[in-house]
Design a binder for this molecule. Structure first.
Ligand code: HEC
Length: 154
């Protein structure tokens, strides 16, 4: 099979983006499920952060920007879960064994989070700033509550 130079560059760029630069072990498994899910979780944080700053009055409210962030989060909410494959709790993962031992509870935490993120996106178009603040808090709470149950060092 011939791989074009462009494709090869993309593969290398992805490998660099997904490798842990923090001295943690690299995810060398085929498909890099741990690296992929962590990458998406980081994207959660990057997307939520500007909305959190608005909610805490540390950033001016701009509805178009806020809406764009809320819609992006809505796009992301379903993405990490299929990377929690059986037998993928290996370094550098910070997942607790409960992810695999209590699948129904893990699914419930995903669903709660998803409904909070959807509610935020629905409000972002014309909700009041107070509504939006409450909706951002709900999303943040659902992140934290899942981490408490299912992530180490949280
Ligand atoms: C249903 C459970 C669940 C929800 C909801 C959830 N997370 Fe997580 N999150 C996890 C688990 C489990 C891990 C550990 C993954 C691993 O290391 O394999 C994690 C890891 C992370 C990480 C660390 C990524 C890294 O570099 O290791 C960040 C940041 C993060 N989550 C942010 C968020 C944010 C922000 C939200 C809400 C917008 C959120 N998460 C919602 C379960 C959840």
């Amino acid at each position: 099979m011939k791989i074009s130079g462009f494709k090869l560059l993309r593969i290398i760029a992805c490998a660099i983006a997904l490798s842990a630069c923090s001295g943690e072990p690299e995810d060398t498994r085929p498909g890099q499920p741990v690296a992929h899910r962590r990458q998406i979780f980081k994207q959660f944080t990057r997307t939520l952060e500007p909305m959190g700053m608005v909610a805490r009055e540390r950033k001016a409210f701009n509805r178009a920007d806020f809406l764009a962030s809320a819609l992006e989060l809505k796009q992301l909410v379903g993405q990490p879960w299929h990377y929690f494959l059986p037998d993928t709790n290996y370094p550098p993962s910070h997942a607790k064994p409960e992810v695999w031992l209590q699948p129904a509870e893990f699914k419930l935490a995903q669903d709660t989070f998803q409904s909070k993120a959807n509610a935020l996106a629905a409000l972002a178009r014309d909700g009041t700033i107070e509504d939006l603040r409450a909706a951002v808090n709900d999303v943040e709470r659902s992140c934290k509550s899942c981490h408490k149950q299912f992530r180490n060092n949280s």
